[in-house]
Ligand binder design. Structure first.
Ligand SMILES: *Cc1c(COP(=O)(O)O)cnc(C)c1O
Length: 456
């Protein structure tokens, strides 16, 4: 069979409000041209993020009813811990309310001012939490990972030569840990190969640096390994995920991604001393170690979600549906980060709006145009998210200017995606009329969430 169907049917639904362009133009103006400030009701197809937006299964909703809300030692925690340990093999598992809480607690404990933490690419909250410690977050993704057109089966790989050079030239006392993000969200949702993870693990051991996986999309990464890496075709995604984690010393996780939960996360570690310090901080900021800022029912939703996310039929549909959007855009002359990633398609805003200069924020302009033309909400991953000023006050632009269309898990059908493609086609016909933007107001950190913009 050529046709890959959504391997589920719909039991409960959410209506979509159909709006017109004049309505959306007004909504956009009200939102200060920041799509994060739109009311979700005013969005028709919400591709802002795949985080916390998954449709939960009937089995997950049933598990929610099993939630044990005891303060300490709830049975929900033990089901959660068993499910996480089954996949990650981690000795210690600490629940937290979401991924950035895991980062905050891990880095507050391990990272000190002046330290440097290498990764393939740090995600925005990961980078911000490292920088908030007065440390530096270094991205060492392979060169192909920074070129939207370069084709490589594992564009999320870290450059092992540069990593070794980094380890060899940076004092060990300044490198508290190294990380790999699977799949590489910032670099286009691109996978990392097992060979690369193994190589990194070996280097980390050689130089005595703890190796943590930012595991948000571990199941999608495992499926790409199955599809693309020799020797893994006959393994299950679960076995591949287990092998990935076995090469690490721990992980941080947002269960809002590959656990189908609307909230949650964890820190996993094998370090007996570290875990004591992590738990002390957890109690201070999140909660008791058997709930960590979550309700018992959240822990049960995660435990069940982890069983579903490694299902091969689900992953086959998931990766195929993302590729369907990506290939449809390419056919319409819209350059994306190729090949399409796991959870999202990343449009190259520079070639899509070639008449706009970097300082005119082409990514932001494109995100606004997608909303105005079709009520589609995507997310700028470019100058607004990662741009900086140097010491002289000049703009420093990130390598790529992207707009991410992230696909919520099990939420939209193929006809929704066909609509997105038609909107993009119409927008491309009129692209010369899409103007640039400027920042009208910005906060000191993570400005993309709350900045306001105006049309130039
Ligand atoms: C979402 C995400 C995080 C942060 O998780 P939150 O649950 O949003 O706090 C960290 N790393 C990566 C790669 C992510 O995608």
């Amino acid at each position: 069979m050529k046709t890959i169907i959504e391997p589920f049917r719909i039991k409960s639904l959410e209506p979509i409000k159909i709006t017109d362009r004049a309505y959306r133009r007004a909504a956009l103006e009200n939102a200060g041209y920041n799509v994060f400030a739109l009311r979700a009701d005013d969005v028709m197809i919400d591709l802002l993020t795949d985080s916390g937006t998954s449709a939960m299964s009937a089995m997950q909703w049933s598990a929610v009813m099993m939630g044990d809300e005891s303060y300490a030692g709830a049975s929900s925690f033990y089901r959660f811990e068993a499910a996480v340990r089954h996949i990650t093999g981690c000795k210690h598992i600490i629940p937290v309310h979401q991924g950035r809480a895991a980062e905050k607690i891990l880095f507050s404990t391990m990272v000190k001012p002046g330290d440097v933490v290498p990764s393939n690419c740090h995600f925005d909250t990961t980078r911000a939490n490292i920088e908030a410690r007065g440390a530096e977050a270094v991205d060492l993704v392979i060169r192909e990972g920074l070129d939207p057109r370069a084709k490589h089966p594992f564009k999320g790989n870290i450059d092992l030569e540069r990593l070794e050079q980094f380890f060899a030239t940076t004092p060990r006392s300044r490198v508290p840990l190294c990380m790999i993000t699977v799949t590489n969200n910032t670099g286009g949702g691109q996978p990392v190969s097992m060979e690369n993870i193994r190589g990194m693990s070996r280097l980390a051991r050689k130089y005595g640096v703890p190796f943590y996986i930012d595991a948000c999309r571990f199941a999608e990464n495992a499926y790409f390994i199955k599809l693309r890496e020799p020797g893994y075709g006959d393994k299950t995604p679960e076995q591949i995920a287990q092998e990935m984690f076995s090469l690490s010393d721990g992980c941080t996780m947002s269960a809002k991604k590959d656990a189908f939960a609307n909230m949650g996360g964890w820190i996993g570690t094998n370090d007996d001393d570290l875990v004591q310090q992590l738990r002390n901080l957890l109690i201070l900021t999140e909660g008791f170690p058997t709930y960590g800022g979550l309700a018992g029912r959240d822990l049960d939703a995660i435990a069940q979600g982890l069983k579903e996310v490694v299902d091969e039929q689900y992953l086959r549909y998931r990766i195929a549906s993302t590729a369907y959007l990506g290939n449809g855009l390419l056919q319409r002359g819209i350059q994306i980060v190729e090949p399409p990633g796991g959870h999202a398609v990343y449009i190259d805003a520079l070639s899509t709006l070639p008449h706009l200069k970097r300082h005119e924020l082409p990514g932001q302009a494109l995100a606004c145009a997608l909303y105005e033309y079709g009520g589609i909400r995507g997310c700028e991953i470019g100058t607004v998210m990662f741009g900086k000023k140097d010491a002289q006050g000049n703009d420093v632009y990130p390598a790529m200017e992207l707009v991410r269309l992230a696909i919520p898990r099990r939420v939209y059908t193929q006809s929704h995606i066909d609509y997105v493609l038609e909107v993009c086609e119409e927008m491309m016909r009129e692209r010369d009329s899409i103007g640039g933007m400027r920042i009208a107001w910005e906060p000191p950190a993570l400005r993309h969430f709350t900045a306001r913009f105006e049309r130039r």
